[in-house]
Design a protein around this ligand. Sequence first.
Ligand code: CIZ
Length: 311
Amino acid sequence: MNKSICMDVANAKQEKQRILKWKALRRALIIAHNYQPEEIQELADYTGDSLELARLAAQTDAEVIACAGVIFMAESAKILSPQKTVLLPVPEAGCPLADTITAEDLRRARQQHPQAAVVVYVNSPAEVKALADVCCTSANAIAVVNAVPQAEVILAPDKNLADWVARHTEKRVIPWPGSCCTHNAVRLEAVEAARKAHPQASVLVHPECRPEVCARADAVLSTSQMLRQARADANLEFIIGTEIGLLYRLRKENPEKLFYPLSEGMVCASMKLTTLRHLGDALEFMPQKVEVPEEVRSRAFQALEAMLRIQ
Ligand code: CIZ
């Protein structure tokens, strides 16, 4: 091993020890999104999708939740656990999809379509969730849209998810023109190339991918659904059309199976900002606690609760 690699390994070991020390002292829980870097997922108490993580955090008696992810995920944890201290190791880690919509935008859309239900994807700011009739995840968006009484539904902010839902419901879905730059960047040619390279593999893609990419997949699934499908499916090879962080857990849980990224470019830069140093600093110094004003929090909580009643 060369000298700089030895230094990196020694530094990582030290950072891990610091994280574990402060985690114990703070009675903290570490939750990491499926898209986080491997070394962060490795250290986490739980990995999962944003809602799964927020719900797990709410069920524990930990006083401090260190949420390795992006802003809307830490907000979701705070919305479900207002009495806990929620830390986001990289406070500026935003979600480009969530940033495509503001509360003011959604108020205007409501005025334009007063007859429509407002369904808001969890990948959105807390103030936007607070204006929703009900939230949805990529796993339950179709069920949520079908469950609301209105025949028309504003589904924001991801236009590709809205398109996917529109193809699976009788309702009129009014999309918001937002998208996830990581998923939306993948073109049909990438699916054709991956299928050619791995003809035996099942293609699983996320509904944030473009409609033509979804149409060419074997299944369109959220990250938690992909994890379940990979375990249950007898196939031994999978092409994965979501952020490449999910491959870490897929490979760990299914060592006998092969997983290929649909595109090596499916990397969310915000998700990859978190380092061991950030996590250690967050736990040791607790510099910026995530806060959601109570009025916003309680309304966003109601929209999330409305979703959980449907699920
Ligand atoms: O809901 C989430 O956490 C995201 C970003 C994707 C998914 O499908 O889990």
